[in-house]
Design a protein around this ligand. Structure first.
Ligand code: HAM
Length: 421
């Protein structure tokens, strides 16, 4: 029979790796919890218009990367390419702002973008996403960015660069946009066909183009920091000072534009130097105006998303740091021992002990070989003769030493070794 494989750009997260994901999620819950960031779980499928309006018609994501389909001839739906638009939709839909406009939310889950798959870039990928709504004050920018950096450092991830920029606001960005268009108009021949089109629709996207000639064309281009308004400048200066106050190192990258259209003022990315060409492990920024754009009140917000796959690939430590091995391997000899062990395993697991056994019916020698391979530090051998005496044999696999333990003493003995309940 022909094998059915997974789809290109969609990957399985196997045991061995999934433990790392759990470790990261636990850390996220712990650290975000200290900042009052609460979890929201949102659907994966949304109405296409949410992303068209939220992310911007002329972004790469909306123009060519969304998985969109018409649901049985009724309405156009899209597998979410990012979470911010969905979180804001939920924030508006459930009137969060009526009780308190200040709301801090996180969500973890899969996103879908039909990009060209390569190392660190998938069509289904996962994000850890945080949004903080309700404050225009730069201190929330400082809080959010420093929380992100604390989280990454608590995971032991090093060799990171935090890059920040200001993307201006509705007042000053159009002026800059005109400047860029004027500058690039003379250099149109050196731009790729996509960027020639972008020149009309979304000229700032040229800054992000990976084509070499486009990169050269923008090298001398004006930078937005030279034309932001006094309000944006003041905000940016304060954010930088706040990061300094918390001793969070950063670098100003005046050419960073971000790939989604909703950003205003503060924008940032975290670059992981070990990641290769897809080197942004996280990105985010302020999106004042987005809540209103999506039909809610005028409430500002800022957030970020971490690429889960990229984050996991940067975790230090070998497999043993995350692997889950059984603590105890139970081997049996004879039918009575099998029956006894079946009940014993149930009771051991009830105490929280990770206990494993073998139902293959193979010899004790084969079972012990498997016990060794499992990595369990201890094995419990239930033999017919010992059982008749009311005892079992406990073997220290590392030391190769074993002792007879009375069944009545077994729980106390295991408690002593494994600190179980
Ligand atoms: P983004 O920069 O598009 O921002 O994505 C954030 C992160 O998701 C990236 O830095 C990268 O680590 C990861 N990522 C993106 N695309 C892929 C892919 N195809 N394969 C693997 N990883 C990927 C956003 O999505 C914004 N919603 C972030 C945000 C939240 N801004 C404000 N709030």
């Amino acid at each position: 029979m022909e094998r059915i494989t997974s789809i290109r750009g969609f990957r399985d997260i196997l045991p061995g790796e999934s433990e790392k994901w759990q470790f990261v999620e636990e850390k996220a819950r712990e650290i975000f919890g200290a900042y009052g960031v609460r979890e929201i779980r949102i659907p994966i499928l949304e109405k296409t218009d949410l992303f068209r309006r939220g992310i911007g018609e002329t972004t790469d994501v909306v123009e060519k990367e969304m998985y969109t389909f018409v649901d049985r001839g009724e309405e156009s739906l899209t597998l979410r390419p990012e979470a911010t638009a969905s979180v804001i939709r939920a924030y508006i839909e459930h009137n969060f702002f009526e009780t308190d406009p200040v709301t801090k939310l996180f969500t973890i889950g899969p996103m879908f973008r039909r990009e060209r798959p390569q190392k660190g870039r998938y069509r289904q990928f996962h994000q850890i996403n945080v949004e903080m709504l309700g404050y225009e004050d730069p201190r929330i920018d400082g809080e959010l960015i420093s929380m992100l950096m604390l989280f990454l450092s608590e995971l032991g991830i090093e060799d990171l660069d935090l890059e920040i920029n200001s993307l201006g606001c509705a007042d000053c960005r159009p002026v800059f946009r005109e400047e860029v268009v004027r500058f690039l108009d003379h250099r149109e021949e050196s731009l790729c066909p996509d960027c020639r089109r972008r020149l009309q629709t979304n000229p700032l996207r040229v800054f992000d183009c990976k084509v070499e000639t486009c990169g050269e064309a923008v090298r001398e281009a004006p930078v937005i920091l030279d034309s932001i308004c006094a309000g944006c400048r003041d905000h940016f200066e304060k954010v930088k000072n706040l990061l300094d106050t918390l001793a969070v190192p950063f670098r100003v990258n005046p050419r960073m534009v971000r790939g989604l259209d909703y950003y205003k003022r503060t924008a940032f990315e975290v670059i992981g130097h070990s990641l290769g060409s897809q080197n942004a492990v996280a990105g985010g920024g302020r999106y004042d105006g987005l809540v209103q754009e999506l039909g809610g009140p005028d409430i500002p917000g800022i957030g970020f998303a971490i690429g889960f796959e990229r984050l996991v690939s940067m975790l230090p430590g070998d497999e043993t740091r995350f692997s889950s091995k059984p603590s105890l391997y139970v081997a049996t000899l004879g039918t009575a021992a099998e029956t006894f062990a079946f009940r014993l395993l149930h009771n051991l697991r009830k105490t929280g002990l990770q206990a494993e056994t073998d139902y293959s019916g193979k010899s004790l020698k084969a079972q012990m070989k498997r016990a060794g391979r499992s990595g369990a530090p201890y094995a419990l051998i239930v033999g017919e003769n010992e059982l008749a005496e009311g005892a079992v044999v406990l073997r220290d696999m590392g030391a190769g030493a074993q002792e007879k333990v009375a069944i009545s003493e077994l729980h106390a003995k295991l408690k002593e070794i494994f600190h179980v309940r």
